[in-house]
Design a protein around this ligand. Structure first.
Ligand code: BGC
Length: 761
């Protein structure tokens, strides 16, 4: 404690002197900056560089540890004050142990910031982020992040590497599970909700944690959907599609950013001064700090951008990276680089200042052990409230894709049901990827959920195994394509049942980091199993469990009812059962387009018209199309059914002309025309007909979730103003251009009413 006390006394002395000489226009931030500078003045160059160094703990590894003998070196560096942060150290006891070294053994006693991938919950898991995005329920999403922060902070963690706000249009990319889908508008609102959920109102509160907007930038546009691959996108896509969720996160006050593994237009993101210095810290005024992705500084050597590790460190810091995750390059070479004049000392000062500032904001200097309360850890971890909240958002995340002849909801008694599929009994896959703190086999399986409705009779037959062995986070999933045992039994179980519930999809580790696929069909033997069962019983409810959009044409054509149940976390099976039995009427809408086949990918609703759009006459060959599949998706963005039905009518605009200072109200009447109470996400899209850069055929600009009883109607109104029409124009400015627009209001990006208006002087 000695060192910490000494530090605190020095602060106060400096604080008094500072207060006497400086006028203070913004007392809080001035005093914060003053405290930071006071500490900075006490630090040696090496100690400042130490703040820029982040090490992985010795408990979990999210990637290859680049050096041998790392543990001893890390320990030595910790004691020497050469570590500013650790990741993957979790649990009060472990965190306390490393924090104690930083606080009690180092010269200045500067506390560590403790990072972890709290992506969809900590131990109590909520649905994967893509699934949560399907809820379109911003309050529920914010609450989910708030609960994740609550549980993680009780385990000693004060910084999450979330939200991932990368837009992606490519279902092959395994990390689509971690984002909010394909749309920049929905993605921006969700980015804001998640940042606010994690960080709360007050970062110094022990139940909130620092958020991290990642991966800056373009990571979701990896060529061919192959993770870590090259990204080459133009200014229009960068500014109009990729940047908006990052801008929203910045405006919401996100305190950290992570750069990314990919190169962007020839320059690796970690060494990209345009992204980090010019855009983020410059134009957007971001005053938090940027952490590199795992070894992404060192990886610039493999990219062919840096000639060696030392050069990589130079490029990274000069480009604006503040903290290095596990490449060891800053801690090894930065002092030399500064002494040689290759990196300005002011850059090191700036990076250390940014990092210290966030530590002050967390209140770590007041109490470095504030996240280390064993009693709170015991009470909060896995609490009933957390499970209740997880169940709530899990139900909201389910999307009903098809429901012919109202096969769903199921009757609660008197049915003979066959439940088929290896995933039905799986208590691990529903946890999804990025669930490092959750134990295997802790999810409620679909079978368990269904069995809680006791008055029906259930026969379970797993069919063939989906994966061979027991894949782990660091292993490739070996999909079973040959062992057909269980096939016959499954078909036998399906015969003469009232309903067959087939639970098919992806293993929990088939999506996530480094889990790209070149094929979007049901993996392994599952399609064959589905068709074999269909031959003996057509009354199938297909429950899909997957981390990305899948191409399920055959099922869409033949199977009467399909629900998209993603990977819903700890309460998965309960949520699915409640939806199947109608205790919750599904209200989710797809945040990402489902293709008909992988060849259509990238496929997205806000595409450009091209000079040769689709022609009515199929014999006219010279237009933008495929010979073997239509341009339309299997299920469009924004699509999702309900057990009830809704009608849309009377789209009206309060005026036909808008000026830069006025607004128009667009209204529509939505009626529940079915038998059940239900929720509907009413969606507003706009098309800008002519632009200085070509404009998408439509863009989501607003939505509202309404609840309606059978027979009830509501008038839903949206206010349209010029700000809503802004885009990054050919003049490289965010502005709305005069001209004509079409407004669409409806139940999805593909089904809506239309009206026209113009923006004029
Ligand atoms: C991922 C990041 C993650 C980091 C730390 C990397 O491999 O790309 O998103 O936050 O590991 O676990």
């Amino acid at each position: 404690m000695m060192n910490l006390c000494r530090l605190v006394i020095v602060f106060f002395m400096l604080l008094i002197v500072g207060c006497q000489t400086d006028p203070v226009p913004d007392p809080i931030s001035d005093s914060l900056n003053f405290k930071v500078d006071s500490v900075l003045r006490l630090m040696t160059l090496e100690e400042k560089i130490g703040q820029m160094n982040q090490y992985n703990g010795f408990w979990n590894v999210t990637g290859p540890s680049p050096k041998k003998g790392a543990a001893q070196l890390k320990y030595k560096h910790l004691e020497a004050g050469l570590v500013g942060s650790m990741l993957n150290v979790r649990g009060v006891e472990n965190v306390k142990a490393v924090q104690k070294i930083a606080v009690e053994k180092t010269r200045l006693g500067i506390p560590l910031i403790i990072g972890f991938d709290v992506i969809h919950g900590y131990k109590t898991l909520t649905p994967i982020p893509l699934a949560e995005a399907a809820s379109w329920d911003l309050d529920a999403i914010k609450n989910s992040a708030k609960n994740a922060a609550l549980e993680a902070s009780a385990a000693g963690i004060n910084w999450t590497f979330a939200p991932m706000v990368d837009i992606s249009r490519d279902a092959r990319w395994g990390r689509v599970m971690e984002g909010a889908g394909e749309d920049p508008y929905l993605g921006s609102l969700i980015a804001k909700a998640r940042v606010q959920g994690f960080q709360g109102e007050d970062l110094s509160d022990a139940i909130t944690i620092v958020a991290c907007a990642k991966h800056f930038a373009g990571y979701g546009f990896a060529e061919a959907g192959r993770d870590y691959n090259t990204v080459d996108v133009g200014m229009s896509t960068l500014y109009n599609i990729i940047f908006p969720p990052f801008i929203a996160a910045t405006k919401a006050g996100v305190r950290t950013y992570m750069n990314s593994f990919n190169e962007l237009n020839g320059i690796p993101a970690t060494g990209n001064a345009f992204l980090q210095r010019e855009v983020l810290k410059g134009a957007w005024g971001f005053d938090g700090f940027i952490v590199s992705d795992w070894d992404s500084a060192g990886e610039m050597v493999a990219h062919g951008y840096a000639k060696d590790d030392k050069h990589a460190a130079e490029l990274a810091v000069n480009a604006g990276s503040d903290m290095d995750m596990e490449s060891y390059t800053f801690v090894t070479y930065m002092k030399e680089l500064v002494e040689e004049g290759k990196v300005k000392e002011s850059y090191v000062n700036d990076a250390a200042r940014r990092i210290l500032k966030v530590k002050f904001e967390l209140g770590l200097f007041d109490n470095p052990y504030k996240y280390c309360d064993v009693n709170r850890e015991r009470e909060v971890t896995g609490s009933e409230e957390l499970h209740k909240a997880s169940l709530d958002i899990a139900k909201k995340s389910i999307v009903l894709l098809k429901n012919e002849n109202q096969l769903l909801p199921l009757k609660k008694e008197g049915l003979n049901i066959a439940v088929i599929g290896d995933l039905a009994n799986d208590k691990t896959s529903p946890l999804g990827s990025w669930r490092i703190a959750a134990e295997d086999k802790t999810a409620i399986s679909v079978l368990e959920g269904l069995k809680s409705y006791e008055k029906n009779n259930i026969t379970f037959a797993p069919g063939p195994k989906l994966a061979l062995g027991n894949p782990t986070f660091t292993q490739e999933v070996q999909v079973n394509t040959s062992d057909k045992s269980g096939f016959k039994e499954a078909v036998r179980a399906a015969k003469n049942k009232d309903v067959v519930i087939m639970v098919l999809g992806e293993h929990g580790f088939q999506s996530g980091e480094a889990r790209s696929r070149s094929n979007l069909k049901l993996p392994g033997l599952q399609q064959e199993l589905l068709e074999a069962v269909y031959k003996v019983n057509k009354n199938i409810v297909l429950v899909l469990m997957n981390g990305r959009p899948l191409a399920i044409n055959w099922a869409d054509k033949n199977v009467p009812s399909i629900i998209e149940a993603w990977q819903l976390g700890s309460q998965s099976g309960n949520a699915i059962a409640q939806v199947l039995y109608g205790d919750y009427n599904p209200s989710g809408k797809l945040p990402m387009t489902f293709p008909k086949n992988v060849g259509q990918v990238p496929i997205y609703y806000n595409y450009k018209n091209t000079g040769r759009p689709l022609k009515e006459n199929p014999n006219d060959v010279f237009h933008s199309h495929y010979q073997d599949v239509s341009n339309s998706p299997l299920y469009p963005f924004g699509y999702g059914l309900s057990y009830t039905s809704f009608s849309y009518k009377d789209l009206e605009l309060s005026a036909k002309t808008l000026t830069k200072d006025s607004s128009i109200v667009a209204s529509v009447t939505v009626t529940n025309t079915g038998k059940y109470f239900g929720k509907e996400v009413v969606q507003l899209y706009i098309r800008d007909l002519v632009g200085s850069r070509t404009r998408p055929v439509k863009e989501l600009k607003g939505f509202e979730m309404i609840s309606l009883n059978p027979g009830e109607s509501k008038v839903v109104q949206f206010t349209i103003d010029a700000k809503m029409l802004q885009f990054y124009t050919a003049q490289n400015k965010w502005e709305a251009e005069f001209g004509d627009f079409t407004v669409f209001i409806g139940e999805s990006s593909a089904k809506s009413l239309e009206a026209n208006f113009s923006l004029s002087k």
